[in-house]
Design a protein around this ligand. Structure first.
Ligand code: PEP
Length: 259
């Protein structure tokens, strides 16, 4: 897998208030410390709700935790009359290294389009935050057999306007919607097929050098029991975990599979 450092990412969604979030992060850090986890080889990142981020930052600094963190969304704008929105500038000041962009729940429940997501990706780069761009098809599209083209269309649309230099640090997460929170996991071959297709498309867009640096993750009902087979795939550079990231021991077990 060349020099791509695997990324094991946990999306907490709208779970864990600011007190519960600190407890979960502490447990995760301790479990990984007990297992002598090598953060130089495998990166670990969590995506808590916005209201947890200040606490996560404080804990991370105070205890010198090596777990990285990011937000679940950001505004396309920098500041101003956008009630309820959160600027990339604020996230950057809270030490966020990553931000999820275009998670399927944002696309479906908040009508986020590829055009809008391209402006969010640009906003993340303005504040030197690495976007984790989520793409993936729903069940109907999978059944119709057009999932590769559909996913690549999302990829192209959501990356419109980004430069080669920016693309080098990008993370993409392939998350088939039918496998998110359903217990239904795409087979390791399905994950490989799409992650490879994504890398191939990135190569057409930005060149092979860039494409070989981009980390492409798989997400959708990943657990300790199925992580190893998925992570063994050639073009899968990590996983984005939802439900199983809320249990420190389970999540730490997923991290261990990358060793
Ligand atoms: C997700 O929310 O990104 C996700 C993959 O969820 P789950 O692991 O619960 O399917």
């Amino acid at each position: 897998k060349f020099n791509r450092k695997p990324l094991i990412a946990g999306n907490w969604k709208m779970n864990m208030d600011h007190v519960q979030g600190i407890t979960l992060l502490q447990k995760l850090a301790w479990t990984l410390a007990d297992a002598e986890h090598d953060y130089g080889r495998v990166e670990v990142a969590v995506f808590p709700p916005f209201t947890d981020l200040r606490g996560v930052q404080t804990l991370t600094m105070a205890d010198d935790l090596k777990v990285r963190y990011g937000a679940q969304d950001l505004s396309a704008h920098d500041s101003g009359a956008y009630t309820g929105e959160i600027s990339g500038q604020f996230l950057s000041r809270l030490g966020c290294e990553y931000v999820l962009v275009g998670h399927s729940e944002r696309r479906a429940l908040h009508g986020e389009s590829n055009d809008l997501l391209a402006t969010k990706v640009a906003a993340a780069y303005r504040y030197s935050i690495t976007p984790v761009l989520c793409v993936g098809e729903g069940l109907e599209i999978r059944q119709a057999g057009t999932h590769v083209e559909y996913t690549l269309e999302q990829l192209r649309g959501s990356l419109a306007g980004i430069t080669k230099e920016q693309a080098e640090t990008l993370v993409v997460a392939y998350e088939p919607v039918w496998a998110i929170g359903t217990g239904e996991v795409a087979g390791p071959e399905d994950a490989q097929e799409l992650c490879a297709a994504i890398r191939n498309e990135l190569s057409s867009l930005f060149g092979i050098d860039v494409a070989s640096k981009v980390r492409v993750l798989y997400g959708g009902s990943v657990k300790a029991g199925n992580a190893a087979a998925i992570l063994a795939q050639r073009d899968v550079d990590g996983v984005l975990v939802g439900g199983a990231a809320l249990d420190a021991a389970e999540f730490a077990n997923i991290v261990r599979f990358e060793h």
